[in-house]
Design a binder for this molecule. Structure first.
Ligand code: C5P
Length: 237
């Protein structure tokens, strides 16, 4: 039962401010992507990591992987990404060898996910779940609104019961055939799917949630960089 991790890292990261593609920004001197690759390779189950690079950045990413010490038991492949996260994940799936039967999809933007979280996702897939998502309960109450112009008041449509909501993280784990089928059969409009498990739900296959971890947060805004560096400093202390 071989498991691969696909890491979509082709996003520009505009919400983080101007500069290099988000995955290539440094956290404590090491690119976020390298932290994310190490987090996947830290799991003994993961034998292959497929990095989906910015469309014109594959050679640069190959160099980066060569420069940093990575576990010998893990293979690495770099492919160029697409316009949307969904397209980038699809290109990663297309690069998988036949021997792979389970796939993790992990955002480069979640560089600090602990190995125990990765392993619990893999374990649930191995035990037979076609799709597994790590997630946490919400601190904030969430409202559904009718989106208006930026900054303008927006009418509230509903307030889902907070106790039933979960904020989902990555790595999301899948039976390979299920995820490939979702990417082939599910049409997603607009900017594409932001969540692979959501595409599996649309296939009608069951998706389960396992406990996520605070340190699996997504680095999206400038303040998240501060938090990520604080987490790394605490780990080293
Ligand atoms: O933009 P967001 O934070 O939702 O991106 C999530 C992940 O998807 C990031 O790791 C980003 O690099 C990746 N992505 C991608 N290809 C795109 C857009 C986003 O690989 N076209």
């Amino acid at each position: 039962y071989r498991t691969a991790a696909v890491i979509p890292a082709a996003g520009r990261g505009v919400r983080l401010g101007p500069g290099a593609p988000k995955a290539l920004r440094a956290l404590n001197g090491t690119p976020m992507l390298i932290h994310a690759v190490r987090a996947m390779a830290a799991s003994r189950h993961v034998s292959l990591v497929v990095v989906v690079a910015p469309p014109d950045g594959a050679p640069e990413v190959r160099n980066l992987l060569a420069e940093h010490a990575l576990p010998e038991r893990t293979d690495f492949v770099v492919v160029p990404g697409g316009e949307t996260r969904q397209e980038s994940v699809k290109r990663g799936l297309d690069a998988l060898p036949d021997s792979i039967s389970a796939v993790l999809v992990h955002d480069a933007a979640r560089p600090l996910v602990p190995v125990d979280t990765v392993d619990s996702v893999v374990d649930a897939v191995r035990e037979g779940a076609p799709a597994v998502v790590p997630a946490l309960p919400l601190a904030d109450t969430v409202k559904e609104v009718e989106p208006g112009a930026p900054g303008a008041p927006e009418p509230v449509l509903s307030t889902p019961v907070r106790a039933r909501l979960r904020a989902v993280q990555t790595p999301q784990g899948f039976d390979r055939d299920t995820l490939v089928r979702a990417h082939e059969q599910v049409a997603v409009s607009g900017e594409g799917a932001t969540d692979d498990a959501g595409m599996v739900e649309q296939l009608g296959a069951p998706v389960v949630v396992v406990p996520g971890h605070e340190e699996a947060f997504k680095v999206t805004r400038p303040l998240d960089l501060v938090l990520a560096e604080a987490v790394l400093a605490r780990r080293r202390a």
